[in-house]
Write a protein that binds this ligand. Structure first.
Ligand SMILES: [Zn+2]
Length: 229
């Protein structure tokens, strides 16, 4: 049985690769944290412009940015930043680490939350290069933010924990009562979900959030995270 995540923090910054990455499960915890009065912000490395088959990147970027803003509004996240990384071709670079470190210094979170950045997404499913590169860069950027000789500027060393959603979990967050908010937030990615499947958007969103909040050994909705720090 996984331990319950300590909740001795008041602010969380999610750093992920694409629009919709926060909504695929983490948002259930975000809804709970917002309800408790914690500050939550999102930094997304790209606008997901390569994410919709048949829709050219310029059009897709515009639609997906708007859908991300709607997903944030649905759940009550006001701080949303897009870095200008190329969807599908994000590399682990010094520039990416620096950009994330600067966002950490600006938001001053006690927790940084990333998406699984390992080779697989559980089982045999390969994880995307963007997820691997952005997650690892964010892990390293937490240290960078604390050192003005690596990233010029004022040190920020206030990050207590780094959380990685899914992957090989060590802890759980109880999200009972926050599943509907997470479903509503994911449903905002309407055009994206319509391109993925013919199933109605709400049905797709609910199935995904139910999968993401089903943790072995727990009868009520939880999300599983790996805790660093
Ligand atoms: Zn993604």
């Amino acid at each position: 049985m996984l331990d319950t995540l300590p909740e001795d923090f008041d602010s969380v910054l999610l750093v992920m690769a694409h629009p919709d990455d926060p909504e695929y499960g983490s948002a259930a915890a975000v809804a709970r944290w917002l309800a408790e009065g914690k500050r939550v912000g999102y930094v997304l490395a790209s606008r997901g412009e390569a994410g919709i088959a048949g829709l050219p990147p310029a059009d897709s970027a515009r639609i997906r940015e708007a859908e991300q803003r709607a997903a944030c509004a649905a759940i009550g996240v006001e701080h949303l930043v897009f870095l200008d990384e190329p969807d599908g071709s994000i590399m682990y670079t010094r520039e990416l680490r620096t950009a994330i470190a600067e966002e950490i210094r600006r938001f001053r979170p006690e927790v940084v939350m990333v998406l699984n950045f390992h080779e697989t997404f559980g089982g045999r499913h390969p994880n995307s290069a963007d997820h691997r590169h952005v997650g690892l860069a964010a892990l390293d950027a937490v240290s960078d933010a604390g050192n003005e000789w690596i990233v010029p500027g004022e040190r920020y060393q206030g990050v207590k924990y780094i959380l990685e959603f899914a992957g090989e979990p060590t802890h759980v967050v109880d999200v009972d009562g926050h599943v509907d908010a997470a479903v509503t937030s994911l449903m905002a990615h309407e055009r994206y979900l319509q391109a993925l499947s013919d199933a109605p958007v709400e049905e797709q969103a609910r199935a995904q959030i139910e999968r993401a909040t089903a943790v072995e050994g727990f009868d009520t909705p939880h999300i599983a995270v790996r805790l660093y720090g």
